[in-house]
Each structure stands twice: as structure tokens, then as C-alpha cells.
Design a protein. Structure first.
Length: 480
């Protein structure tokens, strides 16, 4: 099977196409067939459970058991609606590093839309044989089946990539391009870096000469599928010629965004005097949005405090019995509008850990940590007391992570618009953290994600971050 896939994916067409048929060309069609099959299984399982399972014993069907073939029209509507909704939420687009939680979240959204469409049409068409129990169970089971099916598909895709099947050949271009290579995990992205072009190696300030040398280097790379351009690397004239050249050779171009690019991207496009411009929009987190977020913070933090009351008591006893010092560690952090507040954490370091060093960031295998502290940091349990900060209104469940005043002063001087992240409340978790930017990571990268969250906030985004945080805590190894 793997050998057959290898031949299909890598085959060269002799007449029709100038490019090789790649995995990302056929994978959407495989997913389409798989999703249709999962939707069929979801309905069949619902029918079986309703009329022949335990539910039939608890709630006997008062109109008898309709034959499954009488539902043919509804089944077709169910499957078609699901496929259209999955397409609508973007699940047939190619994302090399789509997180499993993102995938399931999108399936869930598609499920609500598909359920609304199918239910409305069934009512308008007066489909009298449709059991409400079967309808609800079919939608729920289809969500579960699609989620499982896509997890299996992703695992198979990862296996193929590790075998070298279906990977895209990529060239990285720009200033410090070699540093960008280190950020790519080949098996995770489905890429094979076959060439790196540093601008310093081209050695010319003349735009025409620069393009000629760049074109020569790229042309020498056979079987190129994608070109990744590092942020702010190429002059505009050279970049436009690269785009034209890549389009003629049917090669994708991916531009890595700088912080300024992120700001432009979320703005509103307008024309002024016939010229394009981008208007930087105001924060979405105003009035009703702020009230809704506050209500969610209060309700969820109270619920979590009830759930974790006994574990927090047990953690407090462990800290008190295994090391000297207080159970809680109080530290000044910078919050909304630059106001300083006292953030609570379970103490994970020995008492007086920074007396000699002063304020420094945590590091892997930090010798200042206690044995219990290392475990708490690994599972992020040391953050639980911040639920009290949330109740007091000093923090939110979701938002940019607060920094200490000492570091904020440094970052504000060298990172453009760094203080913009303080326009909303700091959070226990955030968009940067669930995207792997935890611990001692580049603050410039974290700031990009923080600003994206600040300027694109929604309750659905908060919910998505909270769900991803659960999986991040369980499976990510970056906390220390």
C-alpha cells in the first residue's frame, strides 16, 4: 500500500501537467471520501442504537421500526450538508501543522451548522419518519466519527512523511534564512528543505543583479514545490519578480510575516484618493464583549476552584512539608493599562532563589526549583492560585501572559508596540502559549501572537484557547 502511494504521489505526467502530482493534491479528495463514509457510519450507528440498542428498550418506538431504506433521502441530505459545512469551515484546505484540537474544533463548528441545515430542511419538507432521537444522535456520532477519522488520517499522513512520501520540496530565501531552517520540523510540516539562499551569499546591492543570481540559484534546485521568504528580506522589485517567476513555474511562495505585517493584516482595507490604505481597527473587546468575557471568567474560575479545591490543598501540604518558605509566591506583574498587581503562584523555588542573581527568566532544569516545584511547573499546576487573581478582576482566564516590571521596561524599549498587549487583562493562558511559545522563547515571536489575540478577540477564540490549553498541559514538554 505504501509503495503504491509512493508511486502515485511521485509520478510524473507525460502530457497533461508540468508538475508532479503531490500528496497535497490528492489528500483533500481522500478526506472527502473518508468524511462521507464517517457521516454514513454516524447515521447508521444512530439508527442501530435507537431501534435495536438500549435506547429501544428504554423508549420503545411508538410508530414501529421504519426500514432504513426509507431514510435514503435524509441520509443523502445529511452527508451532503456535512461535506458542504466541512468545506465552509476550511477543513479541505491544506495546513501542514493543523493542531488536532483545531481540527476537532472546526468539525464541531461544522456540526452545529450541518445540524441546523438538516433539521430546518427536514422540517420544511415534512419528513415524518425522521425520529428526533435518531437525528440528534446522528449529528453527535458523526462529529465523533469525523474527529476519530481525521486523527487516523493525520497519523497516516505523518507516517508517510516520515517515510519521505508526499513531502514538499522547499527552498528558504532571505536574510538569516539558515536560522529559519532550524524552526522547521520536517516530519511535522511535511517539508523537505532542499535549498537555502542567504542574501549575503548573493553579494549584490543592484536589484537586477540580485534577481539574476537568485533566479540562477532557484533554477538549479530541481523539483521545487514551495519557496519560503524570510520576513523583510527582499526588495519589493525583487519580490515581485520572484512571484512572477514562481507563478510561471507553478511554485507556491510563502511570505513569513513581520510584526508590522501582522498589524496590517488585521486592518480594514480602504481606498483614499484612489490609493490603497489599511485602517487599524479598534479593539473588539469593548462594552458587551468585555462584559461577556468577565462573566465567563467569573463562572469558569469559580467552577475550577471547586474542582481543584482538594488538589490545591494537597499541593499546599506537599510544598509546606518538603521545603522551607511560604506556600504561595507573590510576585509583581504588569497587567491591563500598565498597572502593577500581585500575582499568586504556588512556590516552586527555594526561598530566596533570586537574592544573588536578581530577576532572571526560568530555564530548563533550573537548579533553583524544588523537586515538587519541577513537577508543578511541568503540569502548570503552580498557576492554579491565579484563579483568585481572576476573581478579583486583576487577570483573565485567557490573555497575554503578564511579565515582571523589570522585563517589561526592557521589552518596551526594543520591541515595537510591545505595550499594546497591555490594552486588555493579562491571562493565565494565552494564544502564544497554546501555540508552543512557552518558557524562554523569543519575546518578539510571543508578542506577535499576543497582538493577534488582542486585536482579534472573540468568545469562541477564548473557548478554543482553553480547550487547547488542556491538551498543551498534558502533552507539551516546553513548561519548566
Amino acid at each position: 500500500m505504501v509503495a503504491w502511494l509512493s508511486e502515485v504521489i511521485e509520478m510524473q505526467s507525460t502530457e497533461g501537467y508540468k508538475r508532479r502530482l503531490r500528496w497535497h493534491h490528492i489528500s483533500p479528495y481522500i478526506l472527502l471520501v473518508q468524511d462521507a463514509l464517517m457521516a454514513l457510519i454516524g447515521f447508521a450507528a444512530a439508527y442501530q442504537l435507537r431501534f435495536f440498542g438500549l435506547i429501544a428498550k428504554w423508549l420503545p418506538p411508538y410508530q414501529g421500526i421504519p426500514p432504513i431504506n426509507i431514510h435514503t433521502g435524509f441520509i443523502a441530505l445529511h452527508v451532503l450538508s456535512w461535506l458542504l459545512c466541512l468545506h465552509f469551515v476550511g477543513l479541505y484546505r491544506r495546513y501542514r501543522e493543523r493542531h488536532a484540537v483545531d481540527e476537532f474544533y472546526s468539525v464541531l463548528v461544522a456540526g452545529f451548522i450541518a445540524g441546523a441545515i438538516v433539521g430546518t430542511l427536514a422540517m420544511l419538507l415534512r419528513y415524518q419518519w425522521l425520529s428526533r432521537i435518531v437525528f440528534v444522535m446522528a449529528e453527535v456520532l458523526t462529529i465523533l466519527m469525523l474527529g476519530i477519522g481525521r486523527m487516523v488520517f493525520k497519523a497516516v499522513e505523518q507516517m508517510l512523511w516520515r517515510s519521505g512520501i508526499g513531502v514538499s520540496n522547499v527552498a528558504i530565501v532571505g536574510a538569516k534564512a539558515k536560522c529559519l531552517v532550524e524552526q522547521f520540523t520536517v516530519t511535522g510540516y511535511g517539508c523537505r528543505v532542499i535549498g537555502v539562499v542567504e542574501l549575503s551569499e548573493l553579494g549584490s546591492e543592484d536589484h537586477e543583479m540580485l534577481w539574476q543570481r537568485l533566479e540562477c540559484r532557484l533554477s538549479a534546485m530541481g523539483g521545487l514545490d514551495e519557496i519560503i521568504v524570510a520576513e523583510n528580506s527582499l526588495p519589493d522589485s525583487t519580490l515581485m519578480r520572484l512571484l512572477d517567476w514562481a507563478e510561471g513555474h507553478k511554485i507556491n511562495v510563502r511570505l513569513m510575516l513581520s510584526l508590522v505585517d501582522v498589524i496590517k493584516r488585521r486592518g480594514q482595507f480602504e481606498e483614499i484618493a484612489g490609493m490603497p490604505s489599511v485602517t487599524v481597527t479598534r479593539l473588539p473587546l469593548r462594552t458587551w464583549g468585555a462584559l461577556a468575557k468577565r462573566l465567563m471568567d467569573i463562572s469558569l474560575s469559580l467552577l475550577l476552584l471547586v474542582i481543584f479545591a482538594l488538589p490545591m490543598l494537597f499541593i499546599a501540604l506537599l510544598i509546606k512539608l518538603t521545603s522551607k518558605g511560604p506556600v504561595l509566591y507573590r510576585q509583581e506583574r504588569v497587567g491591563q493599562d500598565g498597572k502593577v498587581f500581585v500575582m499568586l503562584k504556588f512556590r516552586t523555588m527555594r526561598e530566596g532563589a533570586e537574592d544573588d542573581t536578581g530577576p532572571i527568566w526560568a530555564m530548563p532544569d533550573d537548579p533553583r526549583c524544588t523537586k515538587i516545584g519541577k513537577m508543578l511547573r511541568r503540569l502548570s499546576l503552580d498557576e492554579l492560585p491565579q484563579l483568585f487573581n481572576v476573581l478579583k478582576g486583576e487577570m483573565s482566564l485567557v490573555g497575554p501572559r503578564p511579565e515582571r516590571p523589570y522585563f517589561v521596561e526592557q521589552f518596551a524599549q526594543r520591541i515595537p508596540r510591545y505595550m499594546e498587549r497591555h490594552r486588555i487583562k493579562a491571562g493565565i493562558t494565552g494564544w502564544a502559549q497554546v501555540n508552543g511559545l512557552r518558557g524562554n522563547c523569543p519575546i518578539e515571536e510571543r508578542t506577535k501572537y499576543d497582538l493577534y489575540y488582542v486585536e482579534n478577540w472573540s468568545l469562541l477564540l477564548d473557548l478554543k484557547i482553553l480547550i487547547k490549553t488542556f491538551f498543551e498541559v498534558l502533552f507539551h514538554k516546553g513548561a519548566y
